[in-house]
Design a protein. Structure first.
Length: 332
């Protein structure tokens, strides 16, 4: 799949997740073969970018190309300015968030709430595409509500506006995260427009990812929550795509001991990125997700949450059993 001058190496992308896909996690997933990893969304209101949270979200130092910055907002001029400022700061792709169920960003309709207003969608997309000479991509839901599914209309607007790839989360805004995501809408859009289409929502295994790619004909899949605590899912998807004999293997079910090296490196990158105090807090969340993959880790998780500093957190990781360096070497 190609986005502007970037030919992506793979067909599995990391979904942007505020509070999860920070720079350390994006880099980890890219190392495991995620073909693209957009930043957590930043508001289009540049007046708010001075906060530490926004500054961190805009930090892409050391990340593999292309650097994708996701912006959210509902005002065309402001969105265009945000895109321009990010491009000047080194963004190589701008992604527009019209998929987030939050009603408002900065007191204006934003995210998937915009889907109800196709004219405004067109204005925003045209303004952003015009503002920058880097590719602009879009992420949407299938519509406002089950009765107002207009993803196909929005896809056509996007293509006409010069959007270079479209990710479709297979739920409406009203569905939030309830029910199962569907990918028939993405499949239909794929047959009606020429830009690359990415299917997103509830893709939790490599097998499912490959099945969706084959069944729907979309260009790529985007994986969010299933990457939490198992960033190696991208390598697994890539193996299944590239090697028909890989179908029986399942790298996700690796032993906790095997992931020790990965967790340690991940935690250290969190401490570097956030500093000790915040790093320790953020590490708890990720450690919980790693444990989720393994039975009988409740005690360990509790002990980890109580560990007060980087040293005690790392000591718990070191006590996890044998070193599974092979996995990391394979993924490097
Ligand atoms: C904690 C969390 C934060 C999210 N933040 C964003 C975001 O910043 N931008 C965005 O476009 N979507 C965001 N999403 C939606 C995801 O990108 C994705 O569309 C959704 O989780 C469905 O994919 P999944 O089933 O693979 O997780 C977020 C989802 C979660 C769970």
């Amino acid at each position: 799949m190609r986005i502007g001058r970037f030919e992506l190496k793979g067909r599995a992308l990391l979904a942007p997740m505020a509070g999860v896909t920070d720079r350390p996690f994006r880099m980890l997933c890219r190392r495991f073969g995620a073909a693209l990893a957009a930043s957590e969304m930043v508001t289009s209101d540049a007046r708010l970018w001075h906060t530490q949270k926004s500054r961190r979200r805009l930090d892409h130092a050391g990340e593999p190309q292309p650097h994708v910055v996701q912006i959210a907002g509902g005002e065309p001029t402001m969105m265009a300015d945000a895109a321009r400022l990010n491009a000047a700061a080194g963004a190589e792709i701008i992604d527009i968030n019209m998929g987030c169920p939050a009603k408002k960003v900065c007191n204006r309709a934003a995210g998937s709430a915009l889907l109800r207003d196709p004219a405004l969608v067109a204005d925003i997309l045209e303004a952003v595409v015009k503002a920058v000479d880097i590719p602009v991509t879009l992420k949407i839901r299938t519509g406002w509500s089950p009765d107002e599914r207009n993803a196909l209309v929005v896809a056509r607007i996007a293509e006409d506006a010069g959007i270079q790839a479209l990710a479709v989360h297979g739920r409406t805004r009203a569905c939030h995260f309830q029910g199962a995501a569907e990918h028939d809408t993405a499949a239909e859009i794929k047959t009606r427009v020429k830009i690359p289409i990415v299917a997103n929502g509830d893709i939790t295994t490599a097998r499912a990812a490959v099945e969706i790619l084959q069944r729907t004909g979309v260009d790529a899949v985007m994986i969010g929550r299933a990457a939490q605590g198992q960033p190696w899912i991208f390598r697994e998807v890539n193996s299944h795509i590239n090697d028909e004999h890989a179908a029986g293997k399942n790298f996700s079910r690796i032993d906790l001991a095997e992931v020790r090296v990965i967790i340690r490196a991940h935690l250290e990158s969190l401490y570097d990125f956030y500093g000790e105090e915040t790093g320790v807090r953020v590490a708890r969340k990720h450690f919980g997700w790693y444990c989720r993959q393994h039975p009988d880790t409740d005690d360990l998780r509790r002990t980890f949450v109580a560990a007060p500093d980087t040293g005690s957190q790392l000591a718990l990781v070191d006590a996890l059993g044998g070193v599974g360096a092979a996995l990391v070497e394979q993924a490097a």
